[in-house]
Design a protein around this ligand. Structure first.
Ligand code: LRH
Ligand code: MN
Length: 430
């Protein structure tokens, strides 16, 4: 039987922090009450907040230069599920994981579902992969996949996406995420209009195979691995495709997939307005698609995104049903610690956005009282909502301090013994 952190250890560690938690929660409650905010309302909403863990994120990531695998690397989707379950056991905010195929392929998906259920995690959107050639693959994706100039290659990519839908149905998923690397490195290498025609032709074939209650998430990205043009490069192209495909097609926002300084929260606002916001791949970045830990570089940006999400749910925006997922690469930290910290930072941005006085903000905006409006919004961001996040975890049976419990458990050392080192990464990115 593989090791699982005993719930008793969570209890023991929580006892050490319980008195301070009670005091801090009460103090924040009094402070929020003075601002007309009921802390309990926020805590209940935060406790219901969930973000999915990327299965490809629990193994150590790397760059094209190098990858430095850590101890106890997951060897298969079964090991990945254990790590995903541990993240949820301590944070109580990640009940699902988002698998990637063929990286997470197995022979028996019923066995996989049984194992996941036993571990207390479910499956969110499935991700297809036509940005790498697999051993034994007939036709290469070197020059593209769903938008390749050759019909046979497009058909091969369509078939893979349909296979991912079929696997997802066995796992209980309700969405397919399609990110393609298709693009060009030289002006003239491809016809910028025709490649979009081919992309739509292929996606129509994928769309036609979506079960009635499924959605397809189109993920745009400015560049990399293509460095002159990318077929689905921005939210406008993604929205054009979603509207051309049909009501099940939505636009997924990966925070790292935009040019530096792009106003991502405004893109989110527009996609919500169009009723086509699929959801997110949360991460952080300073330069390109750095896939750094969510909230680690620009937590104010993350807060501004959640401000648009809370505003949308406050005004009951039609079709507003975003899926929240992390998408990160952990090159120098323990992936489990990074994913726990990142899940908590998404909850933090959500809680901060919930305490913004939206009525006063709307009034100040209407009056063009710029400074008051800005400070009313900023008041949410500067509030330390840590006691609310801890309270939500505590009430859910989790840890007041997940990383402290994780370290006290020696989980990584124990997994290093259980999981003999594997050569090469099984998350397949590097
Ligand atoms: C592309 C991306 C996509 C995944 C991949 C692992 O950059 O964000 O979402 O398929 O990373
Ligand atoms: Mn992504």
């Amino acid at each position: 039987m593989s090791y699982r952190i005993p719930d008793s250890l969570i209890g023991e560690e929580n006892v050490k922090l319980a008195a301070a938690q009670v005091e801090d929660y009460a103090a924040l409650g009094r402070r929020l009450e003075r601002a007309g905010v009921d802390i309990e309302t926020i805590t209940v909403k935060v406790a219901a907040f969930a973000v999915a863990v990327p299965t490809w994120g629990v193994g150590t990531g790397g760059t094209r230069f190098a990858r430095f695998p850590g101890a106890g690397e997951p060897r298969s989707i079964f090991d990945k599920l254990e790590d995903c379950a541990t993240i949820h056991q301590l944070t109580r905010s990640t009940p699902t994981c988002s698998p990637h195929f063929p990286w997470d392929k197995v022979g028996d998906y019923r066995e996989l579902v049984e194992r996941a259920t036993a571990l207390g995690v479910g499956f969110d959107a499935v991700n297809s992969n036509t940005f790498q050639d697999q051993p034994g693959q007939t036709l290469s994706y070197k020059f593209g996949s769903l938008a390749h100039s050759r019909k046979a290659v497009r058909d091969q990519a369509v078939a893979h996406n349909i296979e991912c839908i079929e696997i997802g149905e066995k796992l209980g998923s309700k969405a397919l995420t399609v990110w393609i690397a298709d693009g060009s490195n030289f002006p003239g290498q491809s016809n910028l209009n025709r490649v979009f025609d081919w992309y739509l032709e292929s996606m129509n074939a994928v769309y036609a195979r979506l079960p009635g209650d499924w959605r397809v998430f189109l993920e745009h990205k400015l560049s990399e691995p293509a460095f002159y043009s990318t077929v689905v490069s921005d939210w406008g192209t993604s929205l054009m495709a979603a509207q051309a495909l049909g009501p099940k097609a939505h636009c997924l926002v990966d925070l790292g997939h935009h040019a530096p300084n792009v106003n991502i929260e405004q893109i989110v606002s527009r996609l919500i307005r169009a009723g086509r916001l699929a959801g997110f791949h949360f991460n952080d970045s300073k330069y390109g698609d750095d896939d750094l830990d969510t909230g680690s570089i620009d937590p104010f940006r993350l807060f501004r995104v959640f401000n648009e999400l809370v505003d949308a749910s406050a005004r009951d925006a039609p079709g507003f049903d975003p899926a929240y997922m992390l998408d990160q690469s952990h090159n120098v930290t323990d992936p489990v610690e990074s994913l726990m910290a990142s899940a908590m930072e998404t909850q933090r941005a959500f809680a901060q956005a919930l305490i913004v006085d939206r009525r006063a903000l709307a009034a100040a905006q209407a009056e063009n009282d710029v400074m008051l409006a800005h400070r009313l919004l900023k008041a949410g961001f500067v509030a330390d909502v840590s006691p609310i996040l801890a309270e939500a975890r505590l009430r859910g049976g989790g840890a007041i301090d997940p990383i402290a419990v994780y370290r006290a458990s020696n989980y990584r050392k124990i997994k290093a013994k259980e999981r003999p080192a594997v050569t090469g990464s099984i998350s397949g990115i590097v």
